[in-house]
Design a protein around this ligand. Structure first.
Ligand code: 99T
Length: 209
């Protein structure tokens, strides 16, 4: 086994990082990437990360030649082109746009959940804005309702970039917002999630602090 040629700026809490990690597991590429875990928030940046990704966000992937890829969508697409198995992002045709749009919905749920986390955990209590938090949580609710009502069959058809994104978004909600109680309103999504959570790739990447 050769040494990893790439380095991933990582946090075990990040659902965006988790997407990349799940894809690495699903495509048998974990040995190619060294994980560099950092403690990061919008108000405690990491100087080394900022050099490669001026947005200061994770994940970012440093390649062998020193160049850095971001964000999670670009990294997933890059890594999906690096293995010989079935692509996890369809290469062309209408399937590509359907699956990427579903993956984008998963990212939007993650963005709103992460914004909620920052607003309720990082921002000083006297500066919090309840209306803004409620609006973010509405995005999460609308996203989950849409998955339940319109996309469950598509989601369950294959474990690809769309399914990985939704699974990581749900894992993040359970991790950071354990009282959110989404399962009652979304029973089909809950059943699907219980099933995909058993995958070794999901078990190996469960979020932690
Ligand atoms: O916003 C910052 O400065 C630091 N935040 C991040 O780097 C978060 C970590 S989730 N990452 C993103 O927002 C990436 C979004 C980007 N579009 C992508 O990669 O797809 C950490 C959540 C937590 O700790 O609870």
């Amino acid at each position: 086994m050769s040494a990893p040629s790439m380095m991933l700026f990582h946090s075990p809490a990040s659902p965006f990082v988790r997407k990349v990690m799940v894809l690495l597991h699903e495509t048998g590429q974990t040995d190619r990437v060294a994980v560099h875990s950092i403690n990061l928030s919008p108000v405690s940046p990491d100087a080394e990360l900022n050099q490669g990704n001026p947005a200061g966000k994770i994940p970012a992937l440093r390649l062998e030649d020193g160049s850095v890829l971001h964000d999670s969508r670009v990294i997933c697409e890059y890594l999906d082109l690096q293995h010989v198995g079935n692509p996890l992002i369809p290469r062309e045709g209408s399937a590509r746009w359907r699956r990427l749009t579903l993956a984008s919905l998963a990212d939007a749920i993650m963005d709103a959940a992460v914004n909620t986390r920052y607003e309720t955990f990082l921002r000083p209590e006297d500066k919090r804005w309840d209306r803004w938090i409620d609006a973010q949580l509405d995005k999460v609710r609308r996203g989950l309702a849409s998955l339940e009502q319109e996309h469950i069959a598509e989601l369950a058809s294959t474990f690809d970039i769309a399914a990985i994104g939704v699974a990581c978004a749900l894992g993040y909600i359970d991790f950071r917002m354990p009282d959110f109680a989404w399962r009652e309103q979304q029973p089909k999504l809950a059943a699907w999630y219980a099933q995909v959570s058993q995958r070794p790739s999901m078990q190996a990447t469960a979020p932690s602090v």
